[in-house]
Design a protein around this ligand. Structure first.
Ligand code: TRP
Length: 355
């Protein structure tokens, strides 16, 4: 792994992985593992920021490792680990926080979103201005926890502690990466050091793909409840696809395509053969399309991708011995690098022993 550029990325352990995770992240991780020194982890500490049920958190960590492996991440090529297995991350998180402003954290889009959710405030521009007051005044049941605020510090540490050069993340994480670069620069200049390299976003060919949901609205996401999961059985997945929102169908040739139908075409572009996509697009243009046929085709083409992964998940998931071995080896490697960086950080900050 020497001389290769270092790549770091993580997925939060909340539930199972869905098609959005697969096309947005996992598929690219698998491609990168041959050319880079990849360190992929399960962000269980980040998951804690939304106070999950402990049992669910535990289950999810295990499912996600299994899903990483089943999707083709090879532990001989890439380092796979659980974030909390690297305690150095938690210590550097404390240290780095001393150089992070609460103002800049409060202005982060993801924080505002989550704070609004915790407080039960709808997203609209008018509320935006006084969300700070809402946060300060909130009673303890509707609190916005400090972990949520410092989420970007923790993410920056994941990246900086490994001295990563490249971070493959989707559009929604770009602001976090920008903060990471800012924190790195600030730390380096405050201590007059070059300890932390500034990581860049790694883009795959086309600009970051957005995976739509099947409910006609925005993206596929756990909190949206519109996910097709990698572990969905054939029957379940077919049913979800058949229920996808559409419209009344084109009334005249070359009608514009509505958002829900566009979403189906977008999924099809990711999963079906180009000729198949074209065939349905032509059928849309000349009004002969039958959405039922499109959905049937789409479900089969998605299953062609997810079924082999699901079968591997089934094979792996009770193999605690193998998964344990992968994670122990991964943690050992990750800690090897992390402890080095932490040592250097403590040193430049003046935390050194004279006794
Ligand atoms: N915040 C990322 C997400 O929600 C997950 C994550 C945590 C991450 N630490 C990271 C991604 C470090 C890349 C690098 O998707």
């Amino acid at each position: 792994m020497d001389n290769k550029e270092i790549v770091v990325s993580g997925i939060r352990s909340t539930g199972n992985l869905h098609l959005g995770n697969y096309f947005g992240a996992l598929r690219n991780f698998v491609k990168m593992q041959n050319d880079y020194d990849c360190r992929f982890f399960i962000a269980d500490l980040h998951a804690l920021t939304t106070n999950p049920d402990p049992k669910e958190l535990h289950t999810s960590v295990k499912s996600i490792v299994t899903e990483y492996l089943a999707a083709g991440i090879d532990p001989e090529k890439a380092t796979i680990f659980v974030q909390s297995d690297v305690p150095e991350v938690s210590e550097l998180y404390l240290l780095l926080n001393m150089h992070v402003g609460i103002g800049e954290l409060m202005r982060t889009a993801s924080f505002k979103d989550k704070a609004r959710k915790a407080l039960g405030i709808k997203a609209d521009a008018d509320n935006d201005d006084n969300i700070e007051n809402e946060i300060i005044g909130a009673d303890s049941n509707k609190r916005v926890n400090a972990g949520l605020l410092t989420y970007p510090t923790l993410m920056a540490v994941d990246i900086l502690i490994q001295k990563a050069h490249k971070v493959p993340v989707g559009k929604d994480q770009e602001q976090h990466l920008e903060l990471t670069r800012r924190f790195a620069r600030r730390f380096n200049s405050f201590y007059n050091t070059d300890l932390f390299p500034e990581p860049e976003n790694y883009n795959f060919g086309k600009a970051a793909v957005k995976i739509p949901g099947l409910d006609g609205s925005g993206k596929m996401g756990k909190s949206e409840g519109n996910c097709l999961y990698l572990i969905d059985e054939d029957k379940v997945l077919r049913k979800k696809v058949m229920r996808a929102v559409t419209d009344e169908g084109p009334k005249e040739p070359n009608s514009p395509v509505s958002q829900p139908v566009q979403n189906l075409f977008s999924l099809m572009e990711l999963t079906s053969a180009p000729e198949t996509v074209q065939q349905f697009k032509d059928a849309y243009s000349d009004c002969s399309i039958r959405y039922g046929d499109l959905k049937k085709q789409l479900a089969e083409d998605i299953l062609n991708i997810t079924r082999p992964i699901r079968e591997r998940i089934m094979e792996l998931r009770d193999n605690d011995e193998y998964i344990g071995k992968v994670l122990r080896q991964g943690a050992e490697r990750a800690r090897y690098y992390a402890s080095q960086t932490l040592k250097e950080a403590r040193e430049v900050m003046g935390i050194r022993k004279f006794y």
